[in-house]
Write a protein that binds this ligand. Sequence first.
Ligand SMILES: [Fe+2]
Ligand SMILES: [Fe+2]
Length: 209
Amino acid sequence: MDTLLNNTLNAADSALRTLFAQPRASRPCPTLPGEATQLDDAQKALSGGLMRVNHVGEVCAQALYAAQALSTRDPVLRQQFLDASREEHDHLAWTQERLDELGARPSLLNPLWYAGAFGLGLLAGRLGDRVSLGFVMETERQVESHLASHLERLPSADHASRAIVAQMKDDEARHAADADQAGAQNLPPPVKALMRAAAKLMTTVAQRV
Ligand SMILES: [Fe+2]
Ligand SMILES: [Fe+2]
């Protein structure tokens, strides 16, 4: 009972902190922008929309890892999820800071994104550790290729955003590899396709709202 209460409080704490607190990075983004960034209004608007999408992705990452850490009974795996979640928290802070610099706001639907991702994380967790890891591996791979597409879409002059996205892309690739090594089960292609469709809907909406 104590554990259940403890876990529930931890999950609530993570949700409230992700949604309402100013996130603080444990490390500055290690990828330094090549040159100073100067953007016109149209470039700022484009970067703001894209970085809002990436911020939503990190809100979802907080929810997923919190739910999956809550679901597993394996303490080693729980620690792996929590370690990844700490890096995702840095991503959350970097994207939030960049949104502020661009004069853009985070998605108004963040509580909804968080709740949806938390539910998915719980569902994956319920299906056992190997499936849960498979879900992490596939999610991280999809995020990695999504971030690669943003490196093509972000204004070439936006060195600051590009540096953050490049670093996140490397980190997500490592999270996928870690999940793979920990014994992730490869998900069936229809599930992967469904995840891609859900991500597409989320990114399309979040770029505007
Ligand atoms: Fe991330
Ligand atoms: Fe990640």
